[in-house]
Design a protein around this ligand. Sequence first.
Ligand code: HEC
Length: 185
Amino acid sequence: MPAVTTNRTPTMKNLNTLLAGVFLAVALPFGALVLSGQSQLGGLGRAAGEEGGALFPAREPGLAIQGRAVYVSLGCVSCHTQQVRPAGQGSDIARGLGGRPSVARDYALQSQVLLGERRLGPDLANYGARTSQINVETLLTDPASSGAVWHPSYRFVDAAQRTALVAYLKSLRQDYPSPEAKLKK
Ligand code: HEC
């Protein structure tokens, strides 16, 4: 009887073990990273900042959800962040960008979280609650006349999209107390 031959040499067997080891060494920590985030934050939902108080964050109006898609498609994230930094990490609160630092729960209901890439314009996380709001319609169609110095013009955006965008910006609020961050009095 002829001996059973195999073309798997011992070196190849070692190579497979090595590759499997490399795969596991990358896959396991990566999996743990994803799962630990999910287990810490995945269950976050609405909560009352004070006992018996209203639940926040508020649900987004439908027009604001449409406006978010416009915001994404126009690339506003490339200049505007949506995260108010804690007092020790920047002057956001002193500059009036928000009444408290942003916390993970603020984004719990958002289908797409737009923290932003870099901040060339002001942070918009709490834009809807600002007392001094500029006219966004004018800012988009004729930035210079609204007092903006650097703002790109979005004159090409049609009126329906602009209306949705304005509704979205007005819906951006982090002016409620949350169990993780109390409002500055
Ligand atoms: C090239 C960078 C850039 C892009 C892109 C951009 N912005 Fe701006 N934005 C700015 C700057 C800078 C300011 C401050 C005003 C100024 O001096 O121009 C500003 C100001 C604003 C303000 C007023 C904020 C405040 O606190 O008063 C709003 C609202 C705003 N932008 C919305 C948008 C929207 C919506 C888009 C997308 C359609 C957008 N921006 C895209 C740079 C940008």
